[in-house]
Design a protein around this ligand. Structure first.
Ligand SMILES: Nc1ncnc2c1ncn2[C@@H]1O[C@H](COP(=O)(O)OP(=O)(O)OP(=O)(O)O)[C@@H](O)[C@H]1O
Ligand SMILES: [Mg+2]
Length: 1036
């Protein structure tokens, strides 16, 4: 901590150490210092990094003395006691012009906005509250020699909160705008910012609409020597203001009409008048250049002649004096009790070279504020100690009530006299007013005038004759009396307000309601002074109902420069602000007091005796409580109705303990609640468990019962079964016994009978028995045969063995019958076609089986007959055409030459009636033999295909003699030839099978002889004509 953060702790305490401490802290950028709960703020004239959101978080919900002094700590303290203790608050920011009041008020508002409630609606309200500043500053602030952004009006803003501390809206009251600045500014000062902002920042389009030019020098009202201010960007500020107006709730057309009025005011300054004598000899003012007037009329919608006429009498500026804005009407109107935090930023004490009515009023207001500070901190505090019977040594301080009385006393006060002058009939001037003052106030300690009866100032040359001087609490101020009467009257001539009311411009119409001819009010309006006095009185009353928080702003130098600390200037401010006295009272006094009841109510939970109820006087309760907490006795005193706590730290200790205890209590409540919750839950669970258990038990018992029942049934059935079996056994035994008895009886009877009849039967018995046995055997044989029958396949050779020799023939016969039967069965399945084939095969078998060695090989080959497909081969077309009968055989055979035994290929055709031989190549028929002429076919018994076809002697075909052929299908050809001949001629063809036979060649009989093993030419037999009588055929 640099220096001492709280002046109350400063040791030793005197003016030097006080100033030094401030200086030391200021040099280290610590601009805030406390006197108890009052914040002293030094204007740093540079931006410091101590207002960031992190700082806001740092100070949020912290004890006042916990962190280094800051305006945020005060704001937090005020907001929390508003929110938690339901105490309306006001923040009084005082100090000279340029000391940083407006900045401080903005910091307070931004802090409160940052920490209070959240949500879209709340944010909108906050935005509106914050954005009201740029708008108000544009229209009410101006550059003065003391401050580049000096507030030229007083502002009191009530921020309203709901019960939870969320902002609902705000009401802003403005006090006495310095109107004269519009028409005249002292040297080095400017008019209100808005004029410069419009001209610098307005778009070409806007300026054109407002009929304005960007050049400041075009307007008489704009102080030219300081039109531009260093570090102020009027154009950017204009954009901020427009934006802020929009957020605050101005509609576009409303903003536009406000700008139109501003433009009209600027233009009004350019109107010049010239004196003109009228016929009646009186002087009249005339407007020099009517062009400007025309434009004003176009802007405001006033008839030019009407305005011109109004101007011809007198020119007076007009402005609304007090504006009340409800930011959020809907919320401001709710019935809920609102908590209020007021922020007062009123113009600072001012001493100019020339001080007029405005400075007088401003300084009066500051006197009142100092008064309320004294009332609440110095006087009231000391009086309270006495009232409460606390031991106390009085501390001297300067009470400025006397100055307030000089100004506001109803009979002899300066304001009262000024009003009196204004209302008095007859000629009234500023001088007559001064004269009156000189008479009435001459003896007042704080009033000084050259002309007063008091001889003290007769020779005071620093005091001109037309001035009076007041010794304000903050210093002496000399006021020029000129203009006091006019400004106090602040009359707006009726014809002028009526002219304005006729404007075709809703805003101007609203600004001059008194111009409405229907509402002519003949009563004089209250004077500016009395109005201000009344509104200051209301303000003071309002402030007195709230818990005050002070920010006392101090200006470190007159140069608006950073890092400069002017000791003398600061000392002066410290003195007139009475800060040292403030420290003294604070030190001697008690930081905190509270009636016993609320104190006990608040802290009773810290002691067992007082918690939860204390029966008895609250004072005793607090005593018990403090004793219990072992708070040192010097730290507190008991008043008549209040407890006084000396040190804020004790209070914070109490608060911390309370917070801790509340947490414990919360834990206790939580514990009990949780216990209750768990118990209820447990009981519910238990109940449920019983239900479930009973159901389960029932189910289990049912199961068990069923098991026992089924076991009982099993046991029962076993026992019954056992009993039944036992009974059955007994019965069976009995039955067997019976049977045995019967059998024995039967045998016995039989024996007896046989014994009796033996002699009659013995002779036939053997035969009968053997017949019987035989019959039995045969019966058995047939029954067994039934099961042993072989398959139905005709080729199946299996046949069961014969059981007894005497059944041999029967057995064979049975086999034969069965075979025939199954053959028949087999045959029955044949188609006609198959039957034919089998008949042929049967024929072949009868003819050749066991006679010709070639036969077995032919059994498996199917008989096809037409091996050569004559009809399909175009080569044999002629042959086919020549044969019109059905062809039975068409096959290529080797015809053996009779002379040399050589083989030639011939087509062998057998039809129903002929045998035909044709050339294999050409298909020409070589020979044709009717079947009737074929007498015999001869062949060997060997495995060869050689055969001879014998022809009837003398027939036509037999000219050359019998034919010799060899074929691979000998068996088939011979069979078919045999069958065809039989069916055609009804005669059996003779087939001779012999290894030596004779054939007829013309006249010769030649012997064909087969020799085995001399085979050379595959299957084709080799024939050799040995001589006229012998043809040798070699066969395999
Ligand atoms: N806390 C601060 N940090 C930085 N600059 C500051 C601070 N307070 C004040 N200033 C500077 O001082 C200037 C004057 O401050 P401000 O306008 O608040 O004075 P004021 O007390 O309201 O004066 P007036 O009575 O004339 O309205 C500001 O424009 C700003 O530049
Ligand atoms: Mg200000």
């Amino acid at each position: 901590m640099i220096g001492v953060g709280d002046m109350v702790l400063l040791e030793p305490l005197n003016e030097d150490t006080f100033i030094n401490n401030l200086k030391k802290r200021f040099d280290h950028s610590e601009i805030y210092t406390y006197i108890g709960s009052v914040v002293i703020s030094l204007n740093p004239y540079r931006s410091l990094p101590i207002y960031s959101p992190e700082k806001v978080e740092e100070y949020r919900n912290r004890n006042f003395y916990e962190l280094s002094p800051h305006i945020f700590a005060l704001s937090d303290e005020a907001y929390r006691s508003l929110r938690d203790q339901d105490k309306d608050q006001c923040i009084l920011i005082t100090g000279e012009s340029g000391a940083g009041k407006t900045e401080a008020s903005k910091l307070v508002m931004s802090y409160v906005a940052a920490v209070c409630g959240k949500g879209a609606e709340v944010n909108q309200v906050k935005e509106q509250l914050l954005q009201s500043n740029p708008v108000l500053e544009a229209f009410g602030n101006a550059k003065t020699v003391r401050n580049d952004n000096s507030s030229r009006f007083g502002k009191y803003m009530d921020i309203e909160f709901d019960f939870k501390g969320d902002p609902l809206g705000g009401v802003i009251s403005n006090y006495l705008l310095e109107k004269s600045r519009v028409v005249k500014q002292p040297r080095g000062e400017r008019n209100f910012h808005i004029f410069y902002q419009i001209l610098s920042g307005g778009s070409e389009d806007l300026l054109c609409k407002l009929k304005l030019e960007r050049d400041f020098s075009r307007y008489n009202y704009l102080g030219l020597d300081s039109a531009r201010v260093n570090g102020v960007d009027d154009a950017a500020n204009f954009r901020t203001v427009r934006n802020a107006m929009q957020i605050v709730g101005f509609m576009d057309h409303e903003t536009q009409s406000v700008f139109e009025v501003v433009a009209a005011v600027l233009k009004l300054g350019n109107i010049e008048f010239k004196p003109e004598s009228r016929v009646n000899g009186l002087d009249e003012s005339k407007i020099k250049d009517k062009n400007e007037l025309k434009e004003i009329c176009e802007l405001t919608g006033i008839d030019q002649s009407v305005l011109e006429r109004a101007f011809s009498f007198r020119t007076v500026e007009a402005k609304q004096e007090k504006v009340s804005t409800t930011l959020n009407v809907a919320q401001a109107q709710t019935k809920v009790r609102k908590k209020v935090m007021g922020v007062l930023d009123i113009y600072g004490f001012e001493i100019f070279e020339e001080n007029s009515f405005e400075q007088f009023i401003i300084n009066y207001c500051n006197e009142k504020l100092q008064q309320i500070f004294i009332e609440l901190t110095l006087k009231e505090e000391q009086e309270e100690y006495i009232r409460e019977g606390i031991e106390w040594t009085h501390i001297e301080y300067f009470n400025n009530a006397i100055i307030c009385d000089l100004i506001e006393n109803n009979q002899t006060g300066i304001l009262a006299m000024l009003d009196e002058e204004c209302l008095r009939p007859g000629t009234v001037t500023d001088d007559t007013f001064l004269e009156k003052l000189n008479q009435i106030c001459a003896t007042h300690q704080h009033f000084e005038s050259r002309m007063s009866k008091c001889s003290r100032f007769l020779n005071d040359t620093s005091l001109p004759h037309c001035c009076f001087r007041i010794q304000h609490y903050a210093g002496k101020v000399m006021y020029q009396v000129e203009g006091f009467v006019d400004k106090n009257n602040d009359l707006l001539y009726r014809d002028l307000s009526q002219a304005m009311w006729k404007a075709n411009h809703s805003l101007i119409k609203d600004l001059f309601p008194e111009g409405n001819p229907a509402k002519i009010n003949l009563k004089r309006p209250p004077t500016a002074g009395s109005q201000f006095k009344a509104s200051v009185a209301t303000l003071m009353k309002n402030l007195q109902t709230k818990n005050p928080n002070y920010i006392r702003c101090i200006k470190p130098n007159d140069k608006k420069a950073a890092h400069i600390f002017n000791d003398a200037l600061v000392c002066h401010q410290v003195r007139y602000l009475g800060l040292l006295e403030n420290v003294r009272v604070r030190r001697a006094g008690y930081a905190f007091r509270q009636p016993y009841e609320p104190c006990l109510e608040r802290y009773k939970m810290l002691c067992k005796q007082t918690w939860p109820h204390w029966r008895g006087p609250a004072r005793d309760g607090v005593k018990v409580l403090f004793n219990d907490l072992e708070i040192p006795e010097e730290e507190y005193s008991f008043g008549r109705s209040k407890i006084f706590i000396r040190n804020p730290r004790t209070l914070f200790k109490l608060e911390d303990l309370r917070k801790q205890r509340l947490e414990d209590l919360a834990t206790l409540i939580q514990k009990i609640y949780r216990g209750w919750k768990c118990r209820t839950h447990f009981l519910l669970m238990k109940k449920s468990q019983i239900v479930i258990a009973s159901w389960y038990r029932r189910y289990a018992q049912q199961k068990k019962y069923q098991k026992i029942k089924s076991s009982a049934i099993v046991v029962q059935s076993y026992i019954r079964g056992w009993k039944a079996r036992k009974l059955l056994r007994e019965l069976k035994h009995q039955k067997r016994c019976n049977k045995a008895v019967t059998t024995i009886a039967a045998y016995w009877h039989g024996t007896q009978v046989r014994r009796e009849y033996r002699k009659f039967f013995r002779a036939n018995a053997g035969k009968k028995i053997s017949e019987f046995i035989l019959q039995k055997i045969i019966q058995k044989y047939f029954l067994e045969m039934k099961t042993k029958m072989p398959s139905l396949s005709p080729v199946d050779k299996n046949w069961p063995a014969r059981p007894y020799l005497f059944l041999d023939s029967t057995h064979n016969e049975l086999k034969r019958i069965f075979h025939l039967w199954r053959c028949k069965k087999y045959r029955d399945q044949f188609t006609d076609q198959q039957k034919l084939v089998y008949e042929e095969k049967l024929e072949a078998s009868e003819l050749f089986k066991d006679k010709k060695a070639l036969y077995p090989a032919s059994v498996g080959q199917p008989f096809q007959g037409a091996y050569l497909e004559i009809s399909k081969n175009p080569k044999y077309k002629k042959l086919k055409d020549a044969v019109d009968e059905k062809i039975i055989i068409a096959e290529v055979v080797n015809k053996i030459n009779r002379a040399n035994g050589k083989a030639t290929s011939r087509i062998f055709l057998l039809t129903n009636s002929n045998v035909l031989l044709a050339d294999q190549k050409s298909g020409n028929i070589k020979s044709e033999v009717p079947l009737g002429d074929v007498t015999k076919v001869s062949m060997s018994s060997q495995n060869d295909g050689f055969f001879a076809v014998h022809l009837k002697e003398g027939s036509g075909a037999a000219g050359k003699g019998d034919f010799l052929f060899s074929s691979d299908h000998l068996i088939e050809m011979a069979t078919k030839l045999y069958r065809t001949t039989l069916s055609q001629t009804k005669q059996k063809l003779n087939i001779e099978i012999s290894d030596e036979f004779l054939v007829q060649f013309r006249q010769d009989k030649v012997c064909v002889k087969f020799i085995q093993g001399n085979q050379r030419n595959g299957n084709v037999p080799t024939c050799k004509r040995k001589n006229n009588r012998l043809l040798e055929v070699a066969v395999p």
